[in-house]
Design a protein around this ligand. Structure first.
Ligand SMILES: [Zn+2]
Ligand SMILES: [Zn+2]
Length: 410
């Protein structure tokens, strides 16, 4: 087991020592700072699992430090706890707004401190992007910054042994390479939104599927034409691929699902149909009060917010399903202008996805399923335009472009 590091920042030496002793006795590693100037460097060097910040310090304060930690491309994504000797409700509210996960009022006992720390560290859901490109793998030199692999997202839930994977695009191959080195049997659920090529093509190259001792349940929406085994195995028929599905060494199970709720590995997943040609699902994972949603290949009505009427009505079920999500991964393949020429292809304009996430009070939106024709600089521009739109709307949502390899922990 890897020892978790806790980073403490307080100008009060006595408090620092008390926290340090309690945390180290409980088995955590600690690093203490008496001021915030070297915080960014300390975070980069120690990669802490959790940060504790005092609200009042000479020259700076915990709220400002928290806001800084949560901003920029290298934002800290683990839990942050603010503590304060003053019991102001406004401070608590601001602490939440700047990204703190908990607020401890001084004086607090070491039991209270440990309870908060354990609670936060046990509730982690981590999400890693292995493929963020839509439609077809993209190897263009000017697009590899965001990544060229097609959809695959790895989800780990603390305390749950099973691995969860959303979609088996070509990113699945990369994920499989990392599992090769683990040495222990891999058990997990491979959950497909639907079976278009860009969501299944990584499966024949998923190394852990060939190893005996591993076990995977392939989950996906029931299709009217064939069962999951025929659909997934069909791409490995001899005319397309030299190795058949029957040559997988891992134990495979198949589970067809529909709109509703399903428990996988003890974790609750709710599903909703997306607006996409054929049968396609959106997944919502709920764990310990946190919700992560994977909604790719979903065509929201163009300009639904401004259009109102039937378009806005059609979006209502998504607003209800996404309400208050901690993280929403959403299709944003097109600009509004591009969508005009590609209506009915099953993908959204990023503006419509952002408006929806704001309307549903989502905390963090990741724009996903990038168009193969969009270069890195084009995607940078969409990211900047999204920030401007958020500012114009006075919204507080965090919005980022999906990038291959990025890890989020909530
Ligand atoms: Zn797709
Ligand atoms: Zn599709």
């Amino acid at each position: 087991m890897v020892t978790e590091t806790i980073l403490l920042v307080d100008d009060d030496k006595l408090i620092l020592q008390m926290c340090k002793d309690a945390l180290e006795e409980a088995g955590y590693r600690t690093m203490c700072l008496q001021e915030g100037r070297s915080l960014a460097a300390a975070v980069a060097s120690t990669r802490p699992s959790l940060i504790l910040l005092d609200i009042m310090m000479p020259g700076t304060d915990g709220l400002t430090l928290c806001r800084q930690l949560r901003s920029g491309p290298d934002a800290f994504r683990g839990p942050i706890v603010i503590f304060s000797a003053k019991h102001y409700e406004t401070d608590k509210r601001i602490a939440r707004e700047v990204g703190a996960n908990a607020f401890l009022e001084k004086p607090f006992s070491s039991d209270r401190l440990l309870g908060t720390v354990r609670d936060l560290l046990a509730r982690k859901i981590s999400i890693r992007f292995w493929g963020v490109r839509g439609s077809i793998p993209t190897a263009s030199r000017d697009a590899v910054g965001y990544g060229g692999n097609t959809p695959c997202v790895e989800v780990r839930v603390s305390g749950v042994e099973d691995l969860f994977i959303w979609d088996g695009g070509t990113g699945l191959r990369e994920l499989g390479r990392t599992l090769r080195t683990s040495g222990t049997p891999v058990h997990g659920f491979l959950c497909f939104t639907h079976f278009h090529w860009d969501h299944i093509q990584g499966l024949p190259f998923f190394e852990p599927a060939y190893a005996t001792g591993n076990a995977f349940t392939l989950v996906g929406p029931a299709q009217p034409t064939a069962g999951l085994i025929q659909i997934v195995g069909g791409q490995m028929a001899s005319v397309y691929f030299p190795v058949g599905l029957e040559q997988f060494g891992a134990h495979l199970a198949f589970q067809e699902i529909d709109e509703g709720t399903v428990m996988l590995g003890g974790v609750q997943f709710d599903t909703l149909s997306s607006l996409h040609p054929g049968r396609s699902l959106i997944y919502r994972l709920s764990h310990e009060g946190k919700r992560v949603i994977y909604s790719t290949d979903n065509e929201l009505p163009a300009g639904w917010k401004a259009a109102g009427g039937a378009a806005a009505h059609e979006v209502e079920r998504f607003i209800r399903f996404f309400e208050g999500a901690d993280l929403l991964i959403h299709d944003s393949q097109y600009t509004p202008e591009e969508l005009e020429r590609k209506r009915g292809w099953g993908h959204s304009a990023w503006t419509d996805a952002l408006d929806l996430a704001i309307a549903a009070r989502v905390k963090h939106l990741i724009l996903f399923h990038h168009d193969p024709d969009h270069s890195d600089s084009f995607l940078d521009d969409i990211g900047s335009a999204a920030q401007r739109r958020i500012t114009e709307l006075g919204a507080s949502i965090v919005c980022e472009m999906a990038r291959e390899g990025d890890l989020y922990t909530i």
